[in-house]
Design a protein around this ligand. Structure first.
Ligand code: MF3
Ligand code: CO
Ligand code: CO
Length: 256
């Protein structure tokens, strides 16, 4: 259940979100060189858990609503919430989204990237590049007075113009000392619709962009969401705060 009210964070809380966000970005940076043919998604998970603990932080996904691992690893047709597994070995040309959420001093930093394993055909590279640009375009809409619908509209317009589709069933979310809270941030929609953005709101933008249909199928493990047509899906995610004059990305490695 989502909390109804959209919280405005204090400067002290935003500083804690910066710490958590920076650690999340550094964790992705730490894992990136491991993304090579032959590595298992469980090895990525275990290194993420080890590193997170070594930094004195906790992995929010572990045990969250029963999720069994510390990160999500979503390969190829997996849209999101893939569960790391020893038997799942990455191979040349795969794409993998790694989604991490460390908790630092009670606050969550949530970020993900899609990596190409080795090299891949141009159409795969295009999907990944377009998805990264969708995140950038969504972030560019964020400023006080803009509407939540402006974010999704910018993402949807670009993704569909490039021949791809936008997942509806999973959305960005408010985040603070709670992992998932109000508001929902759809990655599709209409300009001028939805709640108005105000300084101090903190939320994620995390578009999932598909080659084919946007329709989702859930696997029997209750977590893994795949494309109904089993074509590829990519995702990028940042946690951001609305500032007095625009936006600050909280999940950058050096907090720039
Ligand atoms: N990090 C994911 C998100 O972006 C949520 C993962 S929940 C889990 O919201 F339980 F699957 F870990
Ligand atoms: Co995430
Ligand atoms: Co998220």
């Amino acid at each position: 259940m989502k909390t109804e009210l959209i919280v405005i964070l204090s400067q002290r809380e935003i500083e804690k979100m910066r710490q958590a966000g920076r650690l999340a970005a550094k964790l992705l940076q730490h894992l990136e060189p491991m993304v090579k043919p032959g590595v298992s998604t469980l090895e990525l998970n275990d290194e993420a858990e080890r590193w997170t603990q070594a930094q004195g932080a906790k992995s929010a996904p572990l045990g969250y609503k029963g999720f069994p691992k510390s990160i999500c690893t979503s390969v190829n047709e997996v849209i999101c919430h893939g569960i790391p597994n020893a038997k799942q070995i990455l191979k040349e040309g795969d794409i993998i989204n790694i989604d991490v959420t460390p908790i630092v001093d009670g606050y969550h930093g949530d970020t993900s990237k899609t990596f190409i394993v080795g090299d891949a055909p141009p159409k795969v590279k295009k999907l990944v590049e377009v998805t990264q640009e969708c995140l950038n375009l969504g972030i560019a809409e964020v400023k006080p007075g803009a509407k939540i619908g402006d974010i999704g509209a910018a993402i949807q317009e670009y993704a569909e113009a490039q021949g791809f589709s936008v997942v509806r069933d999973f959305v960005g979310h408010g985040i603070s000392n709670i992992f998932h809270t109000a508001p929902d941030i759809p990655h599709y929609g209409t300009r001028g619709k939805g709640k108005r953005l105000r300084p101090g709101m903190v939320f994620t933008i995390e578009p999932m962009i598909n080659e084919g249909t946007y329709e989702v199928e859930m696997l029997g493990d209750g977590w893994t969401a795949v494309t109904r047509d089993r074509q590829l899906s990519a995702q990028f995610e940042h946690t951001i705060v609305v500032t007095d004059d625009g936006v600050e990305i909280l999940t950058l490695p050096d907090g720039e």
